[in-house]
Design a protein around this ligand. Structure first.
Ligand code: BTN
Length: 252
């Protein structure tokens, strides 16, 4: 693509018409392909979301892609890569769709209170070393027909802006931004990414409910800390830091 200006992300690029899930395929080939390899499909027959959910990926209407990265960081830092990817998508949507969009921590992109993009980060690691990370990005770009159960929750960029967005340009912009913020993160650390994550967060300042392994809790999202964890304050004034989990924001 002439729009791609990266040095390594997307230089090796695999395009599929149909596939079960680009994340599945990426995991199969990850150890044999170069850092920055990107897999894109026109359609996924078994697109996956977080927490075992499925991800609707109809033909030609969205960006269904996975990026393989091999960062030299600790496995517990991989959560930051989801946030690096999220701000990259936000910047790309701002650039090409000119619509305000924000991050529902840690991995959903929201336009007009509905979800346009989800990110599924999966990793293979050893005790203190990452073998590879697969960042799966699904963006509803020019989609029209959402099933009944998704209406009100999911949307597509064209529906919110009344104009079609060029999927190739948006894909390239996501990857250009991703390479920039990924390099920034690796060279300078999460502190350089954190202000953008905070500025673009729809979660901070809101009442939220978090469902995680050990149970669930309610509170107000206060900030994102220097590790990328979400800081939540309960009614009793207790502060908790959450690394991952299913967050629902009241009113969203
Ligand atoms: C979520 O919101 O729960 C995450 C959705 C991630 C969807 C993308 S589409 C490309 C990649 N392949 C998959 O099977 N899932 C991710």
């Amino acid at each position: 693509s002439p729009y791609l200006t990266t040095n390594f992300i997307g230089k090796n690029y695999i395009h599929k018409l149909t596939i079960d899930s680009t994340n599945n395929f990426a995991k199969e080939i990850a150890s044999k392909v170069p850092d920055g390899t990107v897999i894109i499909a026109e359609e996924q027959s078994a697109g996956r979301g977080r927490l075992g959910r499925s991800w609707l990926s109809q033909k030609g209407c969205g960006i269904w892609m996975s990026v393989i990265l091999k960062p030299n960081i600790q496995p517990q830092e991989a959560i930051n890569l989801t946030q690096v990817a999220a701000i990259s998508v936000v910047k790309a949507i701002e650039e090409l769709s000119h619509v305000e969009n924000k991050i529902k921590w840690p991995n959903d992109i929201i336009v007009n209170n509905k979800k346009v993009c989800g990110i599924l980060t999966e990793m293979s690691s050893e005790i203190d070393k990452i073998n590879y990370v697969v960042i799966g990005i699904g963006v509803n770009v020019n989609c029209y027909n959402f099933p009944e159960e998704l209406k009100g929750k999911a949307t597509s960029l064209n529906l919110e802006t009344n104009s079609k967005v060029d999927r190739k340009k948006l894909t390239a912009s996501i990857l250009n931004n991703l390479e920039f913020y990924y390099n920034t993160y690796l060279q300078k650390g999460f502190e350089y990414i954190r202000p953008i994550c905070i500025a673009k967060s729809i979660t901070i300042g809101r009442e939220i409910k978090v469902i995680y392994n050990e149970g669930e809790m309610e509170g107000k999202a206060v900030t994102i800390d220097s590790n990328g964890s979400l800081i939540v304050e309960t009614k009793e004034g207790k502060r908790l830091s959450i690394m991952s989990g299913d967050v629902s924001v009241r009113g969203l």
